[in-house]
Design a protein around this ligand. Structure first.
Ligand code: ZN
Length: 293
C-alpha cells in the first residue's frame, strides 16, 4: 500500500504561525484566531463569526479559550459586522473550543447550542443531527460528526461551506483518541461530510480549506486505511505492545507527539479488535501484547 499523499502539499496555504488574527472568509463568515497555539492546537483555535451581512446579528462557532485578548478580537469582529451575538455554537466539549461558551453567552445575553447539556448549560439548546437553525439571517445545518469525540458536530452554511471543528484540521490529520474517540464513527463522519460536497472546510485549527475539500477528505480516509495497514503489517512480524507499535509505526514522528500517536493507535486497534482482526490488551499499562487474531 502506497503512502497516501496529502493534496495540501501542493496548495499555497499560509505557513503555521502566519494566519492573521482576523480574516473575512466570505460574506457570511469572519474567522478570529485565538492566542493559544500549541502542538495540538496548531496556530490556535479558530472562532467563527457567522451571520448574514445587514442582519445585525451573528452567531459564534467555537468561542475557544476564555481569554481577554481573544474576547476583544471577537468583539471587534462583531462590531465590524455591526452585529450582536445571538447564539454560541460549539462543535465539541474540548476546552480549546468550549471554554468560553457559557461565560461569553452570559456576557452577550445569548444561548449556547451544542450536542450535550454539559456544554450547552441548563438554559442551552441541545442540537441533533439534521437540525436547521434559523439564526442571524441565515440557516445553519447541524451535521453529526462523531469520532474525534462522541459529541462532535459540524455546521453547514448556506454557502456550502462546512465548519468542521476538529473533525478535519487545516494542517495534518486529526487525532481520534481512545477510549473517548471512535474510529468506526470517525470514518463514517468523514464520508458524511464528503457526501455534502462542501465548497470549503473551515477547520477548528489551521487555515481554511477551499481548493478541493473532497480531496482532503479522501486523503483523511486513505491516511486512516494506511495506518491500519501499517499496524497489521507490524503485527504480522510479531505480537507487540501498543508502545512498541508506536515506536515502530511512528518512528519518523517527533517523540513529543508519541502520546497522541499512542491514543490514535489504541483507537485504531479498538476498531480492528471489534472487526475480529486483532486480539490482546490495548489499554495503557497492559502487559499482554497485541497480536493478529
Ligand atoms: Zn481543538
Amino acid at each position: 500500500m502506497d503512502v497516501p499523499v496529502d493534496p495540501r502539499t501542493t496548495w499555497s496555504l499560509p505557513a503555521i504561525g502566519t494566519l492573521p488574527t482576523t480574516a473575512e472568509l466570505e460574506p457570511l463568515v469572519t474567522r478570529v484566531l485565538a492566542p493559544n497555539p500549541s502542538g495540538m492546537t496548531l496556530d490556535g483555535t479558530n472562532t467563527y463569526v457567522v451571520g448574514a451581512p445587514g442582519s445585525g446579528q451573528a452567531v459564534l462557532v467555537d468561542p475557544g479559550p476564555d481569554d481577554p485578548a481573544h474576547l476583544a478580537a471577537v468583539e471587534s469582529a462583531l462590531a465590524a459586522r455591526d452585529a450582536r451575538c445571538v447564539a454560541v455554537l460549539v462543535t465539541h466539549h474540548h476546552g480549546d473550543h468550549a471554554e468560553a461558551a457559557l461565560p461569553w453567552a452570559g456576557r452577550f445575553d445569548a444561548h449556547v447550542a451544542a450536542a450535550t447539556t454539559a456544554v450547552a448549560g441548563p438554559g442551552g439548546r441541545i442540537l441533533a443531527a439534521g437540525d436547521r437553525l434559523d439564526l442571524a439571517g441565515t440557516t445553519v445545518g447541524v451535521v453529526a460528526t462523531p469520532g474525534h469525540t462522541a459529541d462532535h458536530l459540524a455546521f453547514r452554511l448556506e454557502s456550502g461551506a462546512v465548519l468542521v471543528g476538529d473533525h478535519v484540521l487545516g494542517r495534518g490529520t486529526s487525532v481520534v483518541t481512545h477510549p473517548e474517540g471512535d474510529v468506526v464513527a470517525y470514518l463514517d463522519s468523514l464520508r458524511r461530510v464528503h457526501d455534502l460536497g462542501p465548497s470549503a472546510l473551515y477547520c477548528g485549527h489551521g487555515p481554511e480549506l477551499t481548493e478541493d475539500p473532497g480531496a482532503v477528505l479522501d486523503f483523511y480516509l486513505a491516511h486512516r486505511a494506511y495506518r491500519e495497514h501499517q499496524l497489521l503489517t507490524a503485527l504480522g512480524q510479531a505480537p507487540m505492545t501498543v508502545d512498541e507499535l508506536v515506536a515502530d509505526v511512528y518512528a519518523e514522528v517527533p517523540r513529543q507527539l508519541w502520546p497522541a500517536a499512542a491514543q490514535s493507535t489504541r483507537a485504531t486497534l479498538a476498531k480492528l479488535r471489534v472487526e475480529g482482526r486483532v486480539e490482546g490488551d490495548i489499554e495503557p499499562g497492559a502487559g499482554e501484547p497485541v497480536r493478529l487474531a
